[in-house]
Design a protein around this ligand. Structure first.
Ligand code: SF4
Ligand code: SF4
Length: 56
């Protein structure tokens, strides 16, 4: 399992700086999680202003 960022993402970048394993990067229109790297810690959801990252 891994977290998935939905289309509510406003590309603020806050989550990328909080991810302990560097799994989040800027995609074409929204930020994206590398599911092979994500350890399901939930930090991205905690800092996201719009609640876009959630468990798949
Ligand atoms: Fe990174 Fe944790 Fe979010 Fe996975 S759940 S993308 S490890 S901050
Ligand atoms: Fe997108 Fe939320 Fe990450 Fe900001 S913190 S880049 S809105 S997923």
């Amino acid at each position: 399992m891994a977290y998935l960022i939905n289309n509510d993402c406003i590309s603020c970048g806050a989550c990328a700086g909080e991810c302990p394993v560097g799994a989040i990067s800027e995609g074409e229109s929204i930020f994206v999680v590398d599911p092979d790297t994500c350890i399901d810690c939930g930090a991205c959801n905690s800092v996201c202003p719009v609640g876009a990252p959630n468990p798949q």
